[in-house]
Ligand binder design. Structure first.
Ligand code: HEM
Length: 400
């Protein structure tokens, strides 16, 4: 290893967990990346992160992550072994194509309409309560409602589906406990069996649904049954935690800036900017993890081959080289389109960005319309600096 690599700052994971934004802001002006005390590196700057998302020198991690956690088989292991997110090259394209084509046929306006109604129905249950725990009573529900609608699940299956999705997802959150991992494995197995049944029903029904289109794409593309199922599971994983955290973060951002909240209440055309600027400041996914298969030069420094590398959106989206006053919430930024980085880039770029944005915009629109006098009662903490981010409770009040 070259001398200059050894002089890179080594960041403790505990310090990062305590305040990732402050740590990244301290090192980003002087270093293109930092080392982690737990091993691996974090790339900090916007242009490097955007470029490296398409660099063949960085590869998806396959099943390395569960193996590192001592998991070598089972429902959770299969998600990594057979999924698109962790695959590379042709295998990745092969697994992604059927989902991508099936999603392209979805009518976004219908999806939005359904979501708008569902979000208002959730809020109506709390209309007279005067307070709401935003994470569990709102933000956690919308993305699962959206998926249930995409997959056309029968209403009587919702409670079980909700429960299993969130139990399985616990595995992907920062630092899951042993019990949570065991529950996630059991929930993953149940979900797989359930989706297997839905796929069979869709192929018999021959309706023009997302599932029947996806099923026939998967057959055409020669996906195995387990691959076919696991891409659906990845849609669930990709489409829940990221949306939940971003829904909470955008509400907190706006309520912390009452002028911006009032502006969005008065002018719905600002919803899209509010979503983008919130994703820039607190992205639903902290970053993506890759492994370096060759040395990579960045600004005179060498990122060595054979290392875990986090391409950090948390850092890149506050890069002072790109964004003026990067820590300030500003709906009128001229380069807000660069916040699209929150959805990734390159071959793995979010396969459902349009759906994700629709969920965030409709989720915000319903709050603004139903509870315009909303106020923040307790500020949540966001955790996680690698992939999925978690959020603690967030109480909001209204009608006082
Ligand atoms: C706030 C909303 C969302 C954000 C911020 C987000 C972010 C991302 C990011 C950063 C990636 C790239 C991962 C990587 O390169 O390793 C990604 C991929 C993916 N996302 Fe999203 N996402 C969102 C919503 C959704 C939704 C609603 C779905 C499904 C319904 C979804 C499904 C997926 C899937 C399946 C992948 C893997 C794509 C691949 O590996 O080719 N995401 N997402």
């Amino acid at each position: 290893m070259a001398d200059h690599v050894r002089t890179l700052p080594v960041i403790s994971s505990a310090a990062l967990a305590a305040d990732s934004h402050a740590i990244f802001a301290r090192y980003r002006p002087s270093y293109p990346f930092v080392a982690l005390d737990t091993g691996g590196y974090v790339v900090l700057r916007h242009d490097d992160v955007a470029r490296l998302l398409s660099d063949p020198g960085l590869q998806a991690t396959g099943a390395a992550m569960p193996v590192q956690a001592g998991i070598t088989e089972g429902a959770l292991y299969d998600i990594f072994d057979h999924g698109m997110l962790t695959a590379n090259g042709e295998q990745h394209g092969h697994r992604r194509a059927g989902v991508s084509r099936a999603l392209a046929h979805e009518t976004l306006s219908q999806f939005r309409e359904h979501l708008a109604k569902a979000a208002r129905a959730v809020l109506a249950q709390y209309q007279n309560a005067g307070r709401l725990e935003l994470v569990s009573e709102y933000a956690e529900k919308l993305p699962v409602i959206a998926l249930a609608s995409l997959l056309q699940l029968p209403e009587q299956d919702f409670p079980r589906f909700f429960d299993d999705v969130y139990k399985m997802n616990a595995f992907f959150r920062p630092n899951p406990s042993e019990d949570a991992v065991a529950e996630a494995e059991a929930a993953g197995l149940r979900l797989r069996a359930y989706l297997d049944g839905r796929l069979t029903a869709a192929s018999v029904g021959h309706s023009d649904s997302f599932l029947s289109r996806y099923m026939s794409n998967a057959e055409q593309d020669g996906l195995t049954r387990i691959e076919t199922l696991i891409q659906l599971i990845q849609l669930i994983i990709g489409g829940t935690e990221s949306v939940r955290t971003a829904l909470v973060a955008q509400t907190v951002q706006l309520l912390s800036h009452p002028t911006a909240w009032k502006a969005v209440c008065a002018d719905k055309s600002l919803l899209a900017s509010a979503v983008s600027e919130s994703l820039r400041l607190e992205p639903g996914i902290a970053g993506v993890v890759r492994v370096s298969v060759q040395d990579i030069e960045l600004d005179g420094w060498t990122l060595p081959a054979g290392q875990l590398v986090i391409l950090s959106f948390l850092s890149a989206l506050r890069d002072e080289r790109i964004f003026n006053q990067p820590h300030v919430f500003d709906l009128a930024r001229s380069n807000l389109h660069l916040a699209r980085l929150a959805f990734g880039g390159g071959a793995h770029k979010c396969v459902a960005e349009a759906m994700g944005r629709a969920e965030l915009e409709e989720g915000l629109a319903a709050l603004v319309e139903c509870l315009p006098d909303l106020q923040l009662d307790s500020r949540p903490a966001f955790q996680g600096h690698m992939f999925v981010r978690d959020t603690s409770e967030c109480w909001v009040t209204y009608g006082h």
